[in-house]
Design a protein around this ligand. Structure first.
Ligand code: 13P
Length: 246
C-alpha cells in the first residue's frame, strides 16, 4: 500500500487583499507543516507575493490554448513563469459561470500537464443529481472525459478534488460517510483504469471544510486532504485545517 502525502489547498476564489496575503504569509511561515503539502491558489495577481516567500501556489484556471486573442484568460506558460506548480481545473464555479464542459476541463488538464503544472481536477454533483441518486453516474461522466483525454502516465500526475456543489460555500458539509462513499467510487474508477493509479492518486474533499469538521473528513480512508474555500481566507482556520490533515 503506497502512502499518499496528505494535501491541503486553499482556493481564495476572487477574494483577498494585499494585506491578507502579508498576514497569511507571515503567520504560516511560523508554522511549517512537515509531511503535508500546503498550496495556496490566490487570485493570479497575488501569486508572486507567495512565491517570493517560498510558498507552493496554484492558479484557479488555465486556458486550453497556448496564447493569442483570448482576453482575460491565462495560459499555462504564464502560470509557470509566475511560479505556480498547480492549477485548479473544472471548478464547479467555472463549469457553471463559464459553461465549461467535461471535454474542455479535460483539455485544460492536459494543457496544465504540458506546462509542468499539476492539475487539481474538480468533480462533484448538484443537489438535484444527489436527490435523483445519480451521483456516481454524474461524477463518472466527469471523470470519463478526463480518462479519454489523458494517458495513465499523465493521470498519475493529477490530483482529483471531489466538491459537491451543494456543499460549496453553504455551510452544509457532506458527512464523512457521504464524502467517503464518493471518494471510494472515484478511487475504484481510477483502479478500473490502472490499479497503481488508484493507490497513488490523491483525492481531496472540498465543500464547507472547517476546523471543526476537518479531522473527521480527513480520517476517511479515501480522503487525502482538502480543497478549502472560505476557511482558507481565515489564517487561523486554515492552519487548524492543515493540522487536522497531518
Ligand atoms: P468552501 O470551502 O467555501 O465551501 O469552498 C469550497 C471550494 O469551492 C474550494 O474550491
Amino acid at each position: 500500500m503506497i502512502k499518499r502525502t496528505p494535501m491541503v489547498a486553499g482556493n481564495w476564489k476572487m477574494n483577498g487583499s494585499r494585506s491578507l496575503v502579508e498576514s497569511f504569509v507571515n503567520t504560516l511561515n511560523d508554522r511549517p507543516f512537515n509531511g503535508l503539502d500546503v498550496v495556496v491558489c490566490p487570485p493570479v495577481g497575488y501569486l508572486s507575493f507567495f512565491v517570493a516567500e517560498c510558498f507552493s501556489v496554484g492558479g484557479q484556471d488555465i486556458s486550453d490554448q497556448d496564447n493569442g486573442a483570448h482576453t482575460g484568460d491565462i495560459s499555462g506558460e504564464i502560470l509557470t513563469e509566475l511560479g505556480a506548480s498547480y492549477v485548479i481545473v473544472g471548478h464547479s464555479e467555472r463549469r457553471e459561470n463559464h459553461g465549461e464542459s467535461n471535454e474542455l476541463v479535460a483539455k485544460k488538464a492536459l494543457k496544465a500537464l504540458d506546462n509542468n503544472l499539476i492539475p487539481i481536477i474538480c468533480v462533484g454533483e448538484s443537489l438535484k443529481v444527489r436527490e435523483d441518486n445519480k451521483v456516481n453516474e454524474f461524477v463518472g461522466k466527469q471523470l470519463a472525459a478526463v480518462f479519454d483525454t489523458l494517458s495513465s502516465e499523465q493521470l498519475s500526475r493529477c490530483i482529483i478534488a471531489y466538491e459537491p456543489i451543494w456543499a460549496i460555500g453553504t455551510g452544509k458539509t457532506a458527512s464523512p460517510e457521504q464524502a467517503q462513499e464518493v471518494h471510494a467510487f472515484i478511487r475504484q474508477t481510477l483502479a478500473d483504469n490502472d490499479k497503481s493509479l488508484a493507490e497513488k492518486t490523491r483525492v481531496l474533499y472540498g465543500g464547507s471544510v472547517k476546523p471543526d469538521n476537518a479531522s473527521q473528513l480527513f480520517a476517511q480512508p479515501d480522503i487525502d486532504g482538502g480543497l478549502i474555500g472560505g476557511a482558507s481566507l481565515k489564517t487561523e482556520d486554515f492552519i487548524a485545517i492543515c493540522q487536522a490533515a497531518i
